[in-house]
Design a protein around this ligand. Structure first.
Ligand SMILES: Nc1ncnc2c1ncn2[C@@H]1O[C@H](COP(=O)(O)OP(=O)(O)OP(=O)(O)O)[C@@H](O)[C@H]1O
Ligand SMILES: [Mg+2]
Length: 283
């Protein structure tokens, strides 16, 4: 049995002492059929994400992170389990996704790309212009407002992609390794920009990354997944003060302790994933 309900919410489960629950995934499993073989991508995954919480998922490659995010986005149906999402304001989109790359429309200028979601929702032109201008400033691309994506660097394109997702004002943002393809300097700059925008907007975010540094810097909570098939292995609360600055976070001894704690668990899962690959590869 699987069920995905959007907009309805069980009031009893829907509240904790502090914050409302926005995403409630209960015992989700997902299997794919590949050439008569069954691939179990997710196995009994339960996850709760609260209002205004920034949650990151980390786990070895192929453990089911993207599958879980796609189920939350409504792009994939779970084979078993239930997913409940709270959609508070029907005027706002429930969620938007930001991908690793190719997320901007090449035939549209930066300005039009950022305005896209608002235009689709028929937001008045004056309001759209105001929001787009705000985001152009936030991401430092005012001078490139009328440029096309092919005239931008990879980092700039990813900025546009992040700005477009925030400008569309979804209740929940789902980000699948949005900075993975960037060089280190661009990555650090975009992480800092994302933190700044997020600290202003406090959107509910589920963020996938392979980088423990990135997860700690951005998140309120980090969920470590097991090697294939994906299960939840453990959850870490990130008790670092906000607003956060990369330099301050990285020089905080707590950052290093947390990094090694997460890595000690992730390392085991990465090794398991490698062994599995070996078995599947016939080694
Ligand atoms: N559409 C699909 N059809 C068949 N198998 C799939 C499909 N999507 C995902 N899988 C399989 O499900 C498992 C989980 O894949 P998924 O892409 O969710 O992993 P991931 O954790 O996001 O990996 P990565 O870190 O490499 O992005 C993998 O074994 C993958 O091959
Ligand atoms: Mg993935």
């Amino acid at each position: 049995m699987s069920a995905v309900s959007r907009g309805e919410f069980d009031g009893l489960r829907g509240r904790t002492a502090e914050r409302e629950v926005r995403i409630y995934a209960e015992a989700l499993s997902k299997q794919f059929q590949v050439k008569k073989k069954t691939v179990t991508a997710l196995d009994n995954v339960s996850l709760t994400v609260h209002e205004g919480e920034f949650v990151s998922l980390v786990g070895p490659s192929g453990c089911g992170k993207t599958t879980l995010l796609r189920i939350i986005a409504g792009l994939e149906t779970p084979t078993a389990g239930t997913l409940t999402m709270q959609h508070k304001n029907p005027q706002q989109p429930l969620n938007s996704m930001v991908f690793q790359e190719h997320a901007v429309f090449p035939w549209m200028t930066v300005r039009k790309n950022i305005a896209y979601g608002l235009k689709m929702r028929h937001v008045p032109k004056v309001t759209t212009e105001k929001i787009v201008n705000e985001y152009l400033v936030k991401i430092g691309l005012t001078k490139f407002a009328d440029s096309y994506p092919h005239q931008l660097s990879g980092g700039m394109k990813q900025r546009v992609s992040v700005a477009r997702a925030f400008a569309n004002d979804p209740e929940i943002l789902l980000m699948d390794e949005p900075f993975a393809a960037l060089d280190e300097q661009n990555k650090l700059t975009l992480q800092q920009e994302l933190v700044r925008i997020w600290e202003e907007t406090r959107k509910t975010v589920v963020f996938i990354t392979h980088s423990i540094d990135e997860a700690i810097f951005l998140s309120d909570r980090i969920v470590v997944m097991t090697a294939h098939p994906g299960r939840i292995r453990s959850t870490f609360q990130v008790d670092l003060p906000r607003p956060r600055k990369i330099e301050e976070v990285r020089s905080n001894p707590y950052f290093h302790d947390l990094f090694f704690e997460i890595w000690s668990q992730l390392k085991e899962e990465v090794h398991k994933a490698r062994e599995l690959e070996g078995i599947e590869g016939g080694a």
